[in-house]
Design a protein around this ligand. Structure first.
Ligand code: UDP
Length: 238
C-alpha cells in the first residue's frame, strides 16, 4: 500500500489516501500545538514515538477485545489504518484531577477519584472544543444513543487496560483523550492516537510528568520525557 493524495493535514498528523478506498496512511509529525493552536512548537522525535506507542497500545487493546483502526505499521512515522468517519467528540477519561478539570472545579491536581469519570467535548476548533453532554450530542445527531453507550463501554474498558499496563511500567495514568470512528459497516472502532500528546502520564514514584504538559507548561525536558516514557514501554513489552 502506498501514499496517494493527501486528504488532510492536522496539527500533529497528515492523512493520505491509498489504492484501497477502505484504508488510509497516517504520517506523524514532530509539530506540537497547545491551547487550541495558540502555542506552537516542535518536539524532536515525537512523531516516531507517538506512532510507535499508539500502535503498540492499540495492538494490546485489540488483543483484549477493543476494536481499533490499526492495520499495520509501515515505517517509523507511518501507519496503515482503516478509513473511518470520525465521531466529532473528544472522549476524556480521568482517574486523577488535573488540567481543565482542576481549573473548572477549583481543586488541586493529584486528587485520586472515587471512580473514573468520562466527559465529551464537541470537536470544533472555532468554538474551542466546548464540553457537551450526551443528551446534547444525541440531539445534534453527533452520535446515536447506541453509539454513545458503545463509546462509554469501550472507553472505561480501555482505561482499565491502559491503567494496568502503565502501572507495570511504573507510570500512573492520570487522564487521556480518545476519538472513535465509524467503519463503512457502521461499527464503532477506536481511532486517532494514544500517546504522550493525548495522555497524562506521571512517574509513579516521583510524580514527574512524562507527557505533553512539559511542553504546554514550559517545564523543560520535553524530548527527554517522550524518550523516557517510550523506553519504559519498550522495556515492559520485551
Ligand atoms: N487532551 C487532548 N487533546 C485536547 C484536549 C485534551 O489530547 O484537545 C488530553 C490531555 O492531554 C489530557 C486529557 O485529554 O490527557 C484531559 O485534558 P484536559 O481536559 O484536562 O485539558 P487540558 O488541561 O489539556 O487543556
Amino acid at each position: 500500500m502506498t501514499k496517494q493524495k493527501q486528504l488532510y493535514e492536522g496539527k500533529a498528523k497528515k492523512v493520505y489516501q491509498t489504492e484501497d478506498p477502505e484504508l488510509l496512511i497516517v504520517s506523524y509529525k514532530d509539530d506540537a500545538t497547545a491551547f487550541n493552536g495558540l502555542k506552537k512548537g516542535s518536539i524532536a522525535g515525537k512523531g516516531v514515538i507517538n506512532n510507535q506507542m499508539s500502535n503498540l497500545l492499540m495492538q494490546m487493546l485489540e488483543k483484549n477485545g477493543i476494536p481499533t483502526h490499526f492495520v499495520e505499521e509501515l515505517s517509523e512515522r507511518e501507519t496503515l489504518v482503516k478509513r473511518v468517519s470520525i465521531v466529532p467528540l473528544e472522549v476524556i477519561v480521568r482517574n486523577i484531577s488535573a488540567g481543565s478539570f482542576a481549573k473548572r472545579y477549583g481543586v488541586e491536581e493529584g486528587i485520586v477519584f472515587a471512580a473514573p469519570t468520562i466527559e465529551f467535548s464537541y470537536k470544533n476548533d472555532e468554538l474551542g472544543d466546548p464540553l457537551i453532554n450526551s443528551y446534547h450530542a444525541i440531539a445534534l445527531r453527533l452520535a446515536s444513543p447506541e453509539e454513545i453507550e458503545t463509546i462509554k463501554k469501550y472507553s472505561f474498558g480501555i482505561n482499565e487496560l491502559l491503567k494496568a499496563f502503565w502501572k507495570e511500567c511504573g507510570v500512573t495514568l492520570v487522564d487521556f483523550k480518545l476519538e472513535f470512528g465509524r467503519l463503512s459497516s457502521g461499527s464503532i472502532v477506536l481511532a486517532d492516537e494514544i500517546s504522550p500528546d493525548t495522555c497524562r502520564l506521571w512517574d509513579s514514584e516521583t510524580g514527574e510528568k512524562l507527557d505533553k504538559d512539559r511542553f504546554r507548561r514550559d517545564l523543560g525536558g520535553v524530548e527527554d520525557a517522550y524518550q523516557e516514557i517510550m523506553r519504559r514501554l519498550r522495556e515492559h513489552i520485551k
